[in-house]
Design a protein around this ligand. Structure first.
Ligand code: AOS
Ligand code: ZN
Ligand code: ZN
Length: 387
């Protein structure tokens, strides 16, 4: 098996994109808990995200959500980010919080509502032009609750038409990324429920349209790494929304619920050429309902790094030999050896060799930043999941 030192150059290629909304308060439909020091505006969210990068060196990009992160000047927000050593990344559209979209947005039967939803996406592209962002990520909360409520085929056709109108405005160096989710908020059918539908829709658009895979968006028991393999094979894996789940779309810390699944996914990413490949964005899509937000994000990026390191440690030559000779248990043992390797001491050394703290969680706790924001951010409304 390779040693961690052998894969150090590859570890340096890791770049994770943080969600701005992870730095606002969030909760469930029962309660949103406020917590001391939470960011009050997009500028403070970016400042908090920059802390994660500062202590880990792993998270140089921050994804925005519009209109939650709308500011007067995106050029100012961009400069603020760059001054803090991070970049603005993916722009997420939002068609799930407007009364007009109760029965659909890009799929609505009413052309005026469809137009409104399309225009929102065009505004997001304007934001991307100002922030220098490459990706427009679209997650649609559209579907129906009762059989017979909607014309499934008609909605799919209208979706294709609306996406095509948005895609026309996507710049040469930009991409449209379509996320899927099997249910919620709609409970009977969802218009983009699975990777196949997303793949069919983006393939009809063109080369600059790709799929986003959110790890929490599948039915229990789904083999997610198989989907990763297939989308990479087809050249259509545009990005990840990483998080973990026990039940549905829980948006918990990535690697918390099932570290082995994260390992299997990252192994397929490496195997399929998706690692160190700018065409695949590694985003987090998480909410920190009860834990502190900045350490929550630090824990998350460290979890991704630990499982990436383990995936890079798989002895692929020995694995191929075992696979090809039909050595079922041997192949499985080679795979599991890498998974069970504790890379944490090695990664601590790796960090120190790059001028980073050996233990980013401890370093953040000792920095005084948390106490500072708890003291400073007393006036104004805290950002919540959303604005
Ligand atoms: C919703 O379930 C999706 O995961 C989207 O990515 C959404 O935009 C994000 O979770 C923010 O709420
Ligand atoms: Zn997501
Ligand atoms: Zn989600």
């Amino acid at each position: 098996m390779p040693h961690l030192k052998d894969v150090a150059p590859q570890l340096a290629q890791q770049a994770i994109e943080l969600p701005s909304w992870a730095f606002g308060n969030s909760g469930t439909r029962f309660k949103v808990f406020g917590s001391a020091g939470t960011a009050r505006d997009p500028f403070e969210k970016i400042a908090d995200a920059a802390q994660v990068h500062r202590y880990t060196g792993l998270a140089p990009v921050v994804a925005l959500h519009i209109p939650w992160d709308t500011v007067e000047s995106f050029a100012d927000l961009r400069k603020h980010a760059e001054d803090l050593g991070v970049q603005l990344g993916t722009v997420n559209s939002n068609t799930f919080q407007d009364d007009d979209y109760k029965l659909g947005a890009l799929t609505h039967t009413d052309a005026t509502i469809r137009r409104k939803a399309i225009d929102h996406h065009l505004e997001c592209i304007d934001v991307m032009d100002a922030t220098g962002s490459r990706d427009l990520k679209i997650w649609l909360a559209e579907g129906s609750n009762y059989p017979g409520q909607a014309d499934l085929r008609g909605r799919q056709d209208r979706l294709a038409e609306s996406l095509a109108t948005i895609y026309e405005r996507i710049g040469e160096n930009q991409r449209l990324v379509l996320e899927y989710k099997f249910f919620e908020p709609a409970f009977y059918h969802t218009d983009v429920p699975d990777w196949g539908t997303s793949y069919a829709q983006v393939s009809a658009l063109g080369e600059r349209a790709v799929v986003c895979l959110d790890t929490g968006h599948h039915a229990p028991g789904t083999n997610i790494e198989f989907i990763v393999m297939q989308l990479l094979r087809l050249g259509k894996l545009g990005s990840f929304d990483f998080n973990s789940r026990f039940y549905a779309d829980d948006d918990l810390i990535v690697g918390a619920a099932d570290p082995f699944q994260l390992f299997r996914i990252l192994f397929e990413v490496v195997r399929g050429g998706g690692y160190g490949n700018p065409d695949v964005a590694f985003m987090l899509d998480q909410c920190h309902n009860i834990e502190q937000k900045i350490p929550g994000q630090i824990r998350s990026v460290l979890n991704v790094q630990e499982m990436t390191a383990r995936a890079l440690l798989v002895d692929t030559e020995a694995l191929t030999a075992a696979q090809e000779s039909g050595d079922v248990l041997g192949a499985n043992a080679i795979f599991m050896d890498a998974f069970y390797t504790d890379v944490r001491p090695g990664l601590a050394e790796w960090r120190e060799s790059r001028g980073l703290p050996a233990d980013p969680m401890k370093a953040y706790a000792a920095s005084g930043y948390q106490q500072q924001i708890e003291t400073d951010r007393v006036g104004g409304a805290q950002a919540s999941w959303g604005a």
